[in-house]
Design a protein around this ligand. Structure first.
Ligand code: ADP
Length: 980
């Protein structure tokens, strides 16, 4: 009887033995052999391994398949059964003449080698699958999900190996080669072999899995939406604008993936990356996104373990802890083999990342005085944290720290690898955020239109937290009952109203005019808690603290306070305000509404706070209110400044009606006077610091950071006469506000105040984040600016269009510097118009933008009509020969131009010859800058000839052109005004 007939005849018996007690193992081991012998191809294998079908159905499928393949296949099948089954199972079965399972020639590819060796590999790997998985994981062939799917506990070790092999085949040749290389290595003989050292053990992998899952669950949702509709981070996350600055102050835009990358590194030896940004700019959300993407293996692929910390929550940890306890207690507890996991972390710092969100909220300012480097010794949390940041402890572990800029002093800066600046949403980001928020595109469009229709609001929306509020309160916003919000206080009053409205008994009918008075009790209770917290650097509150302030569950239910679910320090419930700015807002409400406040409560908010005091955590509201300012602490400054800003806004006359029933008019008036007096006093301090002008120089003031804050407070008051008074005593010609974190919001406030200047100034705003929206905000003060310096401010042609539309009408406006923005040829038509119609314009500097010969032509048109321009700077553009020719032509008759720069513009000899013609005829030019171009000897010869006819030119700069040292030597002897 041949093999085929044997199979047919013994079908029932074969089925029975292969079903063998319900285990897949007999079938699978037979399949291994058949695959290795190429009796079955992969597609066959898949047809008999259908997980959804019962085992016996799969076996029948195999029997049919083999039978159909003919005599040889049947012989191999019987031989495989004979080889694999135990003696007692084979009893009574006939296997015919049999055949020998022979080793085939070495297959050509790694994937087919794995198939050919499958039976042997299953045996070899079943007791040591971890090693293979580790190597596949660390080489990136496998993801953690792949490892998990292989190691499901329902599978036997042999089945796990088969799943591993199947998965490797699925991944392709590289994975198969990696596995083969691993198998070719000799078995490790010593536990400290290099491979063992670098690959995590099974317990480490289990820990990683647990950590990933815990990090993922914490970062899935945004807390600001807690209780008010859950929004997953995926649905709402919008990229913020990130920048790094190099040592010469130039900025580069970054993506989220670059935060922990090499871009922008200033100090290779340091491991701490600082992400800095103002309150609400999205720092916490950004790290939350990093956490989520790591947990999903979508980013930070080289980071094996990520430990997320919140400084706010670390404040609540009063025990002394070792590093090990900090990691395991605060982040994730290893269920198995703690020591081994910790040792792995210590041994592999480069595979570990710590994030510390909100360093500015940590109770103590950074110091590097106390050194600590023992990972197992228990020390107070600040010592642990500061030593981690310095790198004294766990050198090599990358740290990402977020903070508001004020909290990062020189002592921490020394330990920073780089600083990433988070500047909130770009205009496109705002649109994208709004669209993500509404499923109804028509609604999104309405909201976007209403935001764009109010530039002050548009400016505010660059800060994500304000954008979030605007979105939340869109109904109130679109209804526009109380006017369109202009100030930050307006926006926060909107959200206050919104939350009360949501909880009111008749949400549809809306709140009555006296809505604030109706909820005064809640506002005061929350306000007291908020202020108390700010004054003691406390942002997380226990149930007990809520009780002490008589805050009920109902008050909590309104939504301003949320649970912080991830505080694992102890079991009791803890609460925090939805956002720190909201805590400041409630504190401000308390300051102006609490009748028991002493009279100096307001003035203390405006006083400088620069003395550090110990024992800050013990102080409480009563003490703070009663004691002198010396009790306050530097770290609170920023929050108290925001509070002061809100106090100013709440005291604005525009809100008198709202407060009518909550606060006696006399008290309110007294408070307003107090604010105005305090602001005026602080302004005076600034003005007094202005040095006397050096002879021949302009009297200028370099603003201190608090100057911008004071300006913002004045803006919140929305009282023109106060702004006028504030500016009455400012007597400078130049106001310098470089590197002051000035974005659109600050521009709105600046313009509101500076438009009241008595004399025009030069306003220097270089190296900020003004952007197009900020430029638009500045327009009201343009009449009081004779010069505007906006270098490095992310401004595009559109911003310039709006600026010049207004600039043309401003008599005083005479100079502009726009080095390093995003300008293209498009903007030159606006400058052309300006030059044509403004015959007192003096200086135009457009260096390091993207202007080509097309832009130069447009500019030339304006220049040919202009008889006032003295300085024209186009350094670092691309005007080329053609551009140089048209500019030279247009400037030939200029009687005013004294300085022209075409440095680094791709100008060759043709351009130089054109410029020579201009030199020949022009009588005003004194300096011509042509460094870093491609001018050859013949071009310079032209210039020399022209200079013979010209006496006004003092210098022509020609460094870095196409000239040999000999030519330079010879040419400079011919004409001493040339500089090489
Ligand atoms: P910060 O930590 O700088 O104070 P947050 O990250 O807490 O700011 O942001 C405040 C709120 O602004 C968030 O709760 C969220 O509603 C919104 N937000 C911030 N950044 C983003 C972002 N990138 N995408 C979407 N919403 C954001």
């Amino acid at each position: 009887m041949n093999a085929q007939q044997l199979i047919l005849k013994q079908r029932a018996e074969l089925l029975a033995v292969l079903c063998g007690g319900g285990s897949d193992e007999p079938l699978e081991s037979v399949l291994d052999l058949l695959l290795a012998q190429e009796v079955l191809v992969w597609e066959d294998y898949l047809r008999v391994r259908v997980a959804e079908k019962p085992l016996c159905a799969n076996i029948r499928q195999l029997l049919d398949l083999v039978y159909d393949k003919g005599e040889d296949a049947c012989s191999y099948f019987l031989a495989a059964i004979e080889q694999e089954l135990a003696e007692e199972q084979k009893a009574g079965l006939c296997f015919g003449n049999g055949c020998v399972m022979v080793g085939k020639d070495r297959p050509a590819t790694a994937t087919s080698t794995l198939l050919a060796d499958r039976p042997m590999l299953v045996r070899r790997l079943r007791d040591n699958i971890d090693g293979a998985l580790n190597i596949l994981l660390t080489t990136g062939c496998f993801s953690i999900k792949d490892c998990d799917s292989v190691q499901l506990p329902v599978y036997t070790p042999s089945q796990q190996v088969r799943r591993l092999l199947d998965q490797v085949k699925f991944k392709g040749e590289t994975a198969a080669q990696t596995l083969l290389q691993y198998l070719e290595q000799p078995e490790p003989t010593s536990p400290i072999s290099a491979e063992k050292e670098n690959t995590p053990s099974a317990d480490c992998l289990v820990y990683q899995k647990k950590l990933r899952s815990s990090v993922a669950s914490q970062s899935l949702f945004l807390s600001t939406y807690g209780g008010t509709g859950r929004f997953s981070l995926d649905d709402i996350y919008t990229d913020g604008h990130l920048e790094v600055m190099n040592s010469s102050g130039e900025t580069t835009t970054l993506g989220l993936e670059d935060v922990v990358g090499p871009m922008g590194t200033l100090n290779e030896d340091a491991d701490t990356v600082l992400v800095s940004g103002e309150a609400g700019s999205g720092k916490s959300t950004l790290v939350q996104r990093l956490h989520l993407l790591w947990a999903r293996e979508a980013l930070l692929l080289n980071t094996f373990l990520l430990f997320p910390f919140s400084c706010r929550k670390l404040n609540a940890e009063h025990r002394e802890l070792s590093l090990k306890e900090l990691l395991f207690l605060h982040c994730c507890w290893p269920d198995r083999n703690q020591d081994e996991v910790f040792q792995f972390i210590l041994d592999h710092p480069h595979l570990v990342l710590f994030t510390f969100d909100g360093l500015d909220e940590f109770k103590l300012g950074f110091t590097d005085e106390e050194r600590h480097c023992c990972p197992t010794k228990q020390v107070p949390i600040p010592v642990l944290l500061f030593n981690l940041l310095q790198g004294t402890l766990m050198k090599g572990v990358m740290k990402v720290v977020t903070s508001r800029p004020h909290a990062v002093g020189p002592s921490l800066k020394r330990y920073l690898r780089k600083e990433v600046l988070l500047k909130g949403f770009s205009p496109g980001g705002i649109d994208c955020f709004v669209k993500k928020h509404y499923s109804d595109p028509a609604m999104a469009t309405r909201v976007i239109e209403s935001v764009q229709g109010n530039t002050a609001l548009l400016g505010l929306c660059h800060i994500p937290v304000f954008c979030w509020i605007v979105i939340k309160c869109y109904q109130e916003l679109l209804a526009g009952q109380d006017g369109i919000p202009q100030t930050i206080t307006d926006v926060y009053l909107l959200v206050l109203q919104h939350f009360f409205q949501r909880k009111s008994s008749q949400p549809q009918s809306g709140l009555g005019k006296a809505w604030l008075a109706e909820h005064l009790d809640t506002v005061l209770k929350l306000g007291e808690l908020a202020l108390e917290g700010l004054q003691t650097s406390c942002y997380v509150f226990s149930g007990y603290e809520l009780q002490r302030n008589s805050i009920t569950e109902q008050d909590v239910g309104i939504g301003f306070l949320i649970y912080c679910s991830d505080i694992s320090v102890n079991d009791c419930k803890r609460y925090e305000f939805l956002h720190i700015t909201l805590q400041c807002f409630f504190a401000a409400l308390y300051v102006i509404l609490n009748r028991n406040n002493d009279r100096s409560a307001i003035s203390r908010l405006f006083q400088p706070r620069n003395r550090q005091v110990s024992g800050l955590s013990q102080s409480c509201l009563g003490q703070c209110m009663d004691h002198s300012v010396e009790e306050s602490h530097e770290a609170e400054t920023a929050n108290l400044q925001i509070t002061a800003q809100f106090v100013s806004g709440l005291l604005s006359q525009r809100h008198n009606n709202l407060f009518l029933e909550c606060c006696p008019a006399v008290v309110r008036e007294r408070n307003v006077k107090q604010v105005v007096k305090s602001l005026s006093k602080r302004m005076q301090r600034h003005f007094k610091s202005i040095p006397r002008p050096v002879e021949g120089e302009k009297k200028s003031m370099h603003a201190m950071p608090s100057f911008v804050w004071l300006i913002k407070c004045i803006y919140e008051l929305q009282d023109n006469s106060i702004a006028q008074d504030a500016m009455a005593k400012l007597d400078v010609e130049h106001l310098k506000l470089t590197y002051c974190n000035i974005g659109p919001v600050e521009c709105t406030a600046l313009a509101y105040v500076l438009k009241n200047l008595r004399k025009p100034v030069g306003l220097q705003l270089d190296n900020n984040s003004v952007g197009d929206v900020g430029v638009e905000q500045l327009l009201p003060c343009l009449p009081m600016c004779h010069s505007l310096y906006l270098r490095n401010n992310n401004i595009s042609d559109e911003g310039i269009r709006k600026l010049l539309e207004k600039g043309i009408e401003c008599e005083n406006f005479q100079k502009i510097a726009l080095f390093n923005n995003k300008l293209t040829d498009t903007c030159t038509q606006y400058f052309s118009c300006l030059l044509k119609s403004k015959q007192n314009f003096l200086a135009l500097r457009l260096g390091n933008n993207n202007i080509t010969s097309v832009g130069a032509e447009l500019l030339a048109e304006g220049l040919s009509y202009n008889q006032s321009l003295q300085f024209l700077g186009l350094w670092g553009n691309k005007v080329g020969d053609r551009g140089a020719e048209v500019l030279a032509d247009a400037l030939t008759n200029s009687k005013t131009l004294i300085w022209l720069s075409l440095v680094d513009n791709g100008v060759g000899s043709a351009g130089a010859c054109a410029l020579a013609k201009f030199i020949r005829q022009n009588k005003s030019l004194e300096e011509l800058w042509l460094n870093k171009n491609s001018i050859c000897k013949e071009g310079v010869d032209c210039l020399i000839e022209a200079l013979k006819m010209n006496t006004s030119v003092k210098k022509v700069w020609l460094r870095g052109n196409n000239l040999s040292p000999q030519e330079e030597e010879q040419l400079s002897q011919q004409e001493c005004r040339l500089t090489f």
